[in-house]
Design a protein around this ligand. Structure first.
Ligand code: PLP
Length: 455
């Protein structure tokens, strides 16, 4: 080895000395460093020591079409060679074509895309649109309140974090943005409304109406929900829930924002999560799967009705006062167009529905006293891990961390709902690429079964 190589620090050393990772206690990193991932192909990634893993999290709920798709790489490279950048203060083809493609894929009326860079920014944008719309559409009223749900996640920026219903993600940064209210999520396993009823009563949806009435509808701008709560612990909307929310929002002229940053683009077995319910949001937020994370891109997509309020002739002349330097980056938009061609061409939501149902069935057949419930929709799956099946007492977080590690040692990367609400960081999460095969689902289930032995 030459003198130069021997003194060259490794990536791991550089990481430990200079990188600041989110949600990780750096004191423990030296003993337990994060994996250095060097390559990806299909549903698998490889670390710097040559070990391969099934990526049971598709990165962070996002590599929907899988790794190594040349079509996306080539689309991005050729756009970069042609026009590396121009902001949407003017216009460019990839941006216009992507906005039109999204309108084609979405129900009639969801027609206007405002591009940004991340899910958090898409949520910020939607919240700002909703507040401004509320005031413009209801002159003389001050519609600024936003109703969200406990356990929901909407992002790390101040507005999105204020909408987030996870104390552990917020408390160090308080005070947050005023005007955010939280209601209980649909939590079938621990429901305070209908756990003892023969069937779901949708009491948690009705709670939204109660809050709107108590607060005064003339103060409420929007309700924001994920069709299936993702990072907070996988809580799919029960049957009739989104329809009930839609009806409540219509009754009080409150906007319904659906945050589909995770559930969009095939994750839950339909192209969009709201398709399970047949409702349409007023504003839709998307990110992650829009490019399958090959490049950063996100959007807040509004209906014509919302958009028209911003085109009205009024004094002062209304407009949406927000500019994003990188939002709608042409290279990201070109990658998104290629990604959508693959996703739609291969109808990947169908594989997500089929293999997701298979995965859930296999996980439900595991015999372990640690599994309280397996729930999910498509390839978005959660396992409620418990210390006691009778009482439903959550498995302590430290045990869930060890479980995730044992699964990783068996070649599968699983996730968990870390740092969400106190006492309930006990959900094991799976959200693999939508190209997952049944044989790979079997490998995931086998790794979980072996890791649970003796626990
Ligand atoms: C539902 C939801 N909304 C918003 C966000 C924030 O997205 P980002 O991490 O891209 O800012 C996430 C991230 O996981 C999310 O799951």
């Amino acid at each position: 080895m030459s003198a130069t190589t021997s003194t060259t620090p490794t990536n791991r050393e550089l990481d430990l000395q200079h990188l600041w990772h989110g949600n990780l206690q750096h004191r423990r990193l030296e003993a337990n460093p994060p994996l250095e991932i060097v390559r990806g192909e299909g549903c698998c990634v490889w670390d710097s020591e040559g070990r391969s893993y099934i990526d049971g999290m598709a990165g962070l709920f996002c590599v929907n079409v899988g790794y190594g798709r040349r079509q996306i790489v080539e689309a991005a490279a050729s756009q970069m060679a042609e026009l590396a950048y121009y902001p949407l203060t003017q216009s460019h083809g990839p941006g216009a074509r992507l906005a039109a493609r999204l309108a084609e894929l979405l129900p009639k009326g969801l027609n206007r895309a405002f591009f940004v860079n991340s899910g958090s920014e898409a949520v910020e944008t939607a919240l700002k649109m909703a507040r401004q719309y509320g005031r413009m559409a209801h002159p003389g009223q001050n519609r600024y309140k936003i109703i969200a749900r406990h356990r929901g996640y909407h992002g790390f920026t101040f507005g999105a974090m204020s909408a987030t219903g996870q104390t552990l993600r917020k408390q160090a940064f308080e005070p947050l943005v005023p005007g955010f209210l939280h209601v209980p999520p649909p939590d079938h396993y621990r429901c305070g409304f209908c756990k003892h009823e023969p069937a779901c009563t949708l009491g948690c949806a009705d709670e939204v109406e109660r809050v709107i009435r108590m607060e005064g509808p003339e103060t409420v701008a929007a309700v924001i929900v994920e069709p299936t709560i993702g990072g907070g612990g996988i809580f799919p909307a029960p049957e009739g829930y989104l329809e009930r929310l839609r009806a409540i929002c219509d009754r009080y002229d409150v906007l319904l924002i659906l945050d589909e940053v995770i559930t969009g683009f095939g994750r839950t077995g339909k192209l969009f999560g709201f398709e399970h319910a047949g409702v349409r949001p007023d504003i839709l937020t998307v990110a992650k799967g829009i490019t399958s994370a090959y490049l950063p891109l996100a959007a807040a997509i509004s209906t014509d009705r919302v958009f028209e309020a911003f085109r009205a002739e009024a004094e002062p002349d209304p407009k949406f006062a927000q500019v994003s330097t990188f939002g709608g980056h042409p290279v990201s938009c070109a990658a998104a167009l290629a990604n959508l061609e693959i996703l739609v061409g291969e109808r990947l939501w169908e594989n997500s529905a089929r293999v997701g149902a298979y995965l859930i069935e296999k996980l439900r057949s595991l015999d372990s006293p640690r599994i309280g419930e397996v729930r999910g929709r498509g390839l978005l799956v959660g396992m409620e891990m418990v210390a006691d099946r009778e009482t439903g007492e959550p498995l302590p977080e430290a045990e869930v961390v060890k479980l995730v590690r044992r699964i990783r040692d068996r070649g599968v990367l699983a996730g968990r709902n870390n740092d969400t609400v106190p006492g309930y960081c006990n959900v094991l999460i799976l959200s693999p690429p939508l190209i997952l095969r049944e044989s790979q689902a079997d490998t995931i289930v086998g790794a979980i079964r072996d890791s649970l032995k003796g626990s």
